[in-house]
Design a protein around this ligand. Structure first.
Ligand SMILES: Nc1ncnc2c1ncn2[C@@H]1O[C@H](COP(=O)(O)OP(=O)(O)OP(=O)(O)O)[C@@H](O)[C@H]1O
Length: 240
């Protein structure tokens, strides 16, 4: 079942200068889509626009069949579009626990239960609950950023540059959590990831964005078995 639908989406930083052009993209509930592409392809711009942090320059976005008002971050979160930005945007002076608690409006037992579920996903955060987010390791910060996003009960989790600055072993411990969330909660995940191999191993489908347009899309398993097609799509970008 389609949960996220973009039709003819134009995105960019000023009118008449779109860097994502007429993008059509559908993502199913429980599906992980790896959004790949060279530097400057428009991946961050697309996620930021979906999250309502940038006004879109045209086209439509809907979640669960309901149109989402463009350029309205609150409307995006209410619709279930939740972004984990590449800088992770944690409250660095606040503790891990406080960062998690700020993400949920619910009170009392429901809040404790929701935080507990996140800690089940990321057990290493349990020992770090009283530590300021700024003191956490890069991997712990990424876990906290994803945990905080999960507390907002996303229908579509948008993750920008998951592995930025992290050791591969740390990334490999985080990626299975996305699979669990997709499989068990039917959350859709759009994952921007520079490590193509890791992304293809985790995702159901991959989309290669080049100069703001979809150059290639196929099942992740198919592309993992023919990585040359992905490389060609990237290299093709140099010829544009
Ligand atoms: N704040 C900004 N203002 C104006 N133009 C921007 C801004 N941020 C990015 N751009 C431009 O928008 C285009 C798309 O950039 P974007 O960051 O979305 O690409 P990306 O695929 O995420 O690449 P990267 O992996 O390098 O982050 C690029 O040409 C970039 O220079």
């Amino acid at each position: 079942m389609t949960v996220l639908e973009c039709r003819g989406l134009d995105a960019g930083y000023s009118r008449g200068k779109a860097c994502v052009h007429g993008l059509d993209l559908s993502v199913d509930a429980g599906e992980i889509v790896a959004l790949l592409g060279p530097n400057g392809a428009g991946k961050t711009t697309l996620l930021t626009t979906l999250a309502g942090l940038l006004p879109s320059l045209g086209g439509e976005v809907s979640v669960g069949g309901q149109a989402v008002r463009a350029g309205d971050a609150r409307a995006a979160v209410r619709a279930g579009l939740v972004l984990v930005p590449d800088d992770r945007s944690l409250f660095k002076q606040l503790t891990t626990r406080q960062n998690l608690q700020l993400a949920i409006r619910r009170r009392g037992a429901a809040r404790t239960e929701a935080v507990d579920r996140v800690l089940d996903h990321f057990p290493s955060l349990r020992a770090r609950l009283k530590v300021a987010a700024g003191e956490l390791s890069g991997g712990e910060q990424q876990m906290l950023a994803i945990g905080r996003a999960l507390l907002q009960q996303p229908k579509v989790l948008l993750i920008d540059e998951l592995s930025m600055g992290l050791a591969p072993i740390v990334v490999e411990s985080i990626l299975p959590v996305l699979r669990e969330v997709a499989d068990n909660d039917r959350t859709a995940v759009v994952l921007v990831e520079q490590h193509v191999r890791l992304a293809l191993d985790t995702a159901d489908r991959a989309v290669v964005l080049v100069h703001g347009e979809i150059e290639l899309t196929d099942s992740a398993a198919t592309l993992a078995g023919d990585i040359g097609r992905v490389e060609e799509a990237y290299l093709g970008s140099a010829a544009h």
